[in-house]
Design a binder for this molecule. Structure first.
Ligand code: GAR
Length: 215
């Protein structure tokens, strides 16, 4: 059993997926602390409802990014977390912090990385005319939305759907792969080798999807 901390900035539907997973008897992780950089967000309510300790570390209260990150680091050490899950945490962390937690911090991003790093991923996917979107769980590197990929999920895009509709469909996949990736990491099955991971005992899909569907 590994103690984790989840960092959020908002609604926390991914946090909820992790809370629900951790509630299962056979799940190898426990959430020791939820930290939000924004006060009053729904994610904090979700944690409190589940009886999980929460704290707000508001970045606006700090003069520098380093001072904010130091406070985060202290809170994470105090709660005994061995792994950080970023779940819609919308602050860039400085390289010093990321290096302290290298290979011990994972993130979920709503695109098939390395495509569409940053914000507004589904709008940009639709604008680019790509036929697939998806989401990625990866270890965090100092570069934005970068680092060894653990799991990905893909879906076919219908060009007539809106970015919000697409984002909602991707979010459903996020809620499946984040707990899956956390389980793999918590079970000690994920090894980082260079900029890639190897996962012991993982079964890989050989599924092919063509979009638009051939007539
Ligand atoms: C999710 O779609 C997550 O992938 C994204 O923010 C959303 C948070 O939703 N994260 C990023 O874009 C990080 N680069 P949630 O608060 O409901 O989990």
């Amino acid at each position: 059993m590994i103690d984790i901390a989840v960092l959020i900035s908002g609604g926390g539907t991914n946090l909820q997926a992790l809370i629900d997973a951790c509630a299962r008897d056979d799940f190898p992780a426990r959430i020791a602390l939820v930290i939000s950089n924004n006060p009053g967000v729904k994610g904090l309510e979700r944690a409190e409802k589940a009886g999980i300790a929460t704290t707000v570390i508001n970045h606006r209260d700090f003069e520098t990014r380093e001072a904010f990150d130091d406070q985060l680091h202290e809170a994470l050490n105090d709660c005994g977390a061995k792994l950080i899950c970023l779940a819609g945490f919308m602050r860039i962390l400085d390289a010093r912090f990321v290096n302290r937690w290298r290979n011990r911090m994972i993130n979920i991003h709503p695109s098939l990385l390395p495509s569409f790093k940053g914000l507004h991923t589904q709008e940009r996917a639709l604008e680019a005319g790509v036929c697939f979107s998806g989401c990625t769980v990866h270890f965090v590197n100092p570069e934005l939305d970068d680092g060894p990929i653990i799991t990905q999920a893909a879906l076919a895009i219908n060009p007539s759907e809106t970015a919000d509709e697409l984002a909602a469909r991707v979010l459903e996949l996020e809620h499946i792969i984040y707990p899956q990736a956390l389980r793999l990491v918590a079970e000690g099955r994920v090894r980082v080798v260079g900029n890639k991971v190897t996962i012991s005992g993982a079964e890989y899909s050989d599924q092919k999807i063509i979009n638009p569907v051939p007539e």
